[in-house]
Design a binder for this molecule. Structure first.
Ligand code: ATP
Ligand code: MG
Length: 251
């Protein structure tokens, strides 16, 4: 039985204006799990994810990474849990796509040759290598998103949290990100993916958590929960809705 890499106990979060963002969430996430986090706009997905690497602190309850309280082990937590934000612009700091992706490893003072090798490998996997000398501000929305993903992948965190990784991506872009996600999953990485687009990953993921009003409403096998998605304001995948034979997007 794999050990819990994230342990969330009775987590609640109240915004400054009194709005209850998260309401008593308890979850245990084991190493190597591939989890879909679903729920309509405003259900609390981003608020929840921002607690997993200490960007937000619980109003009550606790979040532990590898058994250690996040608030007292922030640096260690951020090395373990990488986060690709919903809005990629908030993450861009480099003058070129290459520098942007190299930023994290450079901060860790890794050897130049190793950085160059890792950055090139990740850029090629996401079909971004031809853009390596471009300024990030000149990229399209989808290219920015993939660059932000590359910047996290290059750090090789044990847990990768993706907030809407498919938004703004065209079909080939979705397939590139999907194939990267599947490689990561097969390599044993823990993946938590908040998305409104369930269909591309419903076969690969082993668990789906559905949120509403800051609470966890469902937690189970994705294919079992697919029929109830629309009652939580999330689009049900076509194969399920129309009674078709399910087919994975990728082999
Ligand atoms: N700073 C804030 N102050 C008060 N309420 C906030 C604040 N930030 C977010 N909220 C509210 O918290 C709720 C949860 O927001 P959150 O961004 O976590 O939702 P989400 O599930 O990620 O939605 P989406 O699918 O649109 O990304 C929303 O109703 C939002 O308006
Ligand atoms: Mg969100």
């Amino acid at each position: 039985m794999p050990t819990a890499i994230l342990d969330i106990q009775d987590l609640s979060f109240i915004f400054d204006d009194g709005y209850i963002g998260l309401n008593r969430i308890s979850l245990s996430i084991r190493q190597g799990e591939f989890i879909i986090l679903a729920g309509k706009n405003g259900s609390g997905k981003t608020t929840f994810l921002r607690h997993l690497n200490g960007l937000l602190r619980p109003t009550s309850g606790r979040v532990r990474v590898n058994g250690k309280e996040i608030s007292t082990h922030l640096i260690e937590t951020r090395k373990t849990v990488g986060m690709v934000f919903q809005d990629p612009d908030t993450q861009m700091v480099g003058d070129t796509v290459f520098d942007e992706v190299a930023f994290g490893p450079e901060n860790l003072k890794q050897p130049r040759a190793l950085i160059n090798e890792k950055v090139s490998r990740v850029l090629k996997a996401l079909n971004l290598f031809h853009l390596k000398d471009r300024h990030p501000s000149t990229l399209s929305g989808g290219e920015k998103r993939k660059t932000a993903i590359a910047g996290i992948l290059v750090m090789d965190p044990k847990v990768i949290v993706f907030d809407e990784p498919f938004s703004n991506l065209d079909y080939p872009g979705i397939l590139q990100v999907l194939s990267t996600l599947m490689d990561l999953h097969r390599a044993g990485q823990t993946l938590i993916i908040a998305t409104h687009d369930i269909e591309p990953i419903v076969f690969e993921a082993g668990r789906m958590i559905i949120m509403e009003n800051g609470s966890v409403m469902e937690d189970g096998a994705p294919l079992d929960l697919v029929p109830c998605l629309e009652s939580y304001g999330v689009r049900e995948p076509c194969f399920s809705k129309f009674g078709l034979q399910p087919r994975p997007w990728q082999k």
